[in-house]
Ligand binder design. Sequence first.
Ligand SMILES: Nc1nc2c(ncn2[C@@H]2O[C@H](COP(=O)(O)OP(=O)(O)OP(=O)(O)O)[C@@H](O)[C@H]2O)c(=O)[nH]1
Ligand SMILES: [Mg+2]
Length: 379
Amino acid sequence: MKFVDEASVSVEAGKGGDGCLSFRREKYLEKGGPDGGDGGDGGNIYLVGHESLNTLVDFRFKPSYRAEKGQPGAGKDKSGPKGSDMYIRIPCGTSVYDETADILLGDVSKEGEKLLVALGGKKGLGNTRFKSSTNRAPRQTTKGEPGESRSLRLELKLIADVGLLGIPNAGKSTLISRVSAARPKIADYPFTTLVPNLGVVRIDNEKSFVMADIPGLIGGAAEGAGLGVQFLKHLSRTRLLLHLVDLVPLDESDPVENFHTIEKELKKYSEGIANKERRIVFTKADLLGARANDRAKELAMELGIEEYSVVSTVSGSGIQDLIHCIDDLLGHQKNSESSEGIHREVHEFSIRKRQERKSERNKRQRNEDEGQPIVSYEP
Ligand SMILES: Nc1nc2c(ncn2[C@@H]2O[C@H](COP(=O)(O)OP(=O)(O)OP(=O)(O)O)[C@@H](O)[C@H]2O)c(=O)[nH]1
Ligand SMILES: [Mg+2]
């Protein structure tokens, strides 16, 4: 399942209506006073949260929006009607950024929550407004102001209860395909998964949870190595992380080292995510047969952990136990962490990274302009 989770949208609020220049004309009244009405304000643009939506894909087909303009004023002191406000529906959980200024305008997280993204232009004033004791026949009016226009970037973080973590090839996609209807690509080479996958795991008729499979992480992921960092943000709203550790890595790497690599990246990326509750899941037990449990115990001791699961997605061993364990952990967990804080942290991290990349690009550009070789450049 391809999940579109970023979209660029341009919005332009309505222009304000112009003020009117008019004088009263009545029978027996040759020179009536001014009676030009004001224009109407331009329409605003709001984004509104809708629970029934879960993708930003529609914005790929309609990326620009314009609200109605205010109507001009008229004689007889008639004001022009205001332009109607425009409400654009977006999925709950969308973060809205001003793309040019690179600032977060807000998060829309609940059904019906509104976020003003473009303010309608102010109305123009009719000449009635300029009447004074010294000027009884003003010809002055003002024009309606243009509406605010912005380029927005929308980001939808996948809302999953459980996130899967692990190095490439750890068996994340195989696990989600075993326990849910998600059918991601599975293969014995690293970085098979390129986009996150979501799957609904059914426990019984009434209970289910959502699991997210993200691309594998490698050392340096927090600095942008591999596919890591752009997908770690998807874990910011999960309640539980499963850290999958391959008992028998294909590349003969050390499972303990692999475990620490991922943990280190999480800490570097966000304390909030690193502090989330984790369950360690040793995978591919079938490859060790009867020795799997002993090996898992050995590794757990080395890692200093007491609670863990051992599974094989090939034989199915340990899978049902794991699902019930997740159910327990989700059930027992109260909203202990402040997800607000985590979001802010993740957001600040992304901005810092973007700024670093931008200044690096500028530096390179300057070097190229000056015909100088780049002395040191770390991607
Ligand atoms: N024998 C055995 N092989 C497994 C098991 N789980 C996964 N595999 C194999 O391990 C390889 C990698 O599995 P994936 O599920 O693609 O791994 P991943 O963690 O999603 O990898 P990336 O998407 O690259 O990060 C595939 O060849 C799977 O068939 C298991 O329980 N037993
Ligand atoms: Mg995968």
